[in-house]
Design a binder for this molecule. Structure first.
Ligand code: G3P
Length: 217
């Protein structure tokens, strides 16, 4: 399973990248706005900077919602860097646009996916990635990982090439469960990636080893 970081914060991207386990980055308009990025020039420059930092797929989301707007914006985003993946919402015009991008060799990430039916449509349109938002599903009292399992099963049964990108990750256990469910990618906040490191027995064990190491000097 590949690890993407779900942020537009350059310090966090750098920290995850330095760990050596980062395969890509996903952003969305909320994450970009959180960094105070305003205006087309600044937005494009920010994506360029991220592409120069991380050698892997970088999802950049369109802001338009009509077919023409999505295609025009997606073409411009894709021209920033070969690693840009155009992130498109799961709406009717979005699906049409994903098919257009597929036919024109532009990589896509179909976002805001909350059902297996939506994931089937994204795959039929040829999306490179599909992003089910499992944390938001959990937040509403359903089981997000169950949806990941269902989509993985359908894609395997049908031979769809679209990669299942588990998004809206809230904690390290989500990452572990997505790996077990067969997700191709997990896009996570830095805190969830670093959370995988933690175990009290590791800390206690290391403390003891360091103490014993002192006695050997
Ligand atoms: O980037 C899409 C997704 O990961 C958003 O996560 O935490 O806003 O539900 P969240």
């Amino acid at each position: 399973m590949k690890f993407f970081i779900d942020t537009a914060n350059l310090d966090q991207i750098r920290e995850a990248n330095d760990l050596g386990v980062l395969d890509g980055v996903t952003t969305n308009p909320s994450l970009m706005a959180k960094e105070g990025i305003k205006g087309k020039e600044a937005i494009f420059q920010h994506y360029k900077t991220i592409c120069e930092m991380v050698d892997g797929p970088i999802s950049a989301e369109v802001l338009g919602t009509t077919f023409d707007e999505i295609v025009a914006e997606g073409k411009e985003l894709a021209a920033i860097h070969p690693n840009i993946v155009v992130k498109v919402p799961m709406i009717k015009d979005g699906i049409k646009a994903i098919k257009w991008f597929t036919d024109n060799d532009i990589q896509t990430n179909c976002t805001l996916v909350f059902s297996a039916g939506q994931a089937i449509l994204a795959a039929k349109a040829g999306a490179t990635f599909v992003s089910p938002f499992l944390g938001r599903i959990d937040d509403s009292g359903w089981d997000g990982v169950q949806l990941i399992e269902e989509i993985v099963q359908i894609y395997n049964a049908q031979g769809y090439m679209t990669e299942v990108l588990a998004a809206s990750i809230r904690n390290p256990l989500h990452i572990v469960r997505c790996a077990s469910a067969g997700a191709d990618v997990c896009t996570c906040p830095l805190s969830s990636i670093l959370g995988l490191l933690k175990h009290p027995l590791t800390d206690l064990g290391l403390q003891q080893f360091l103490k014993d190491a002192q006695s050997m000097k």
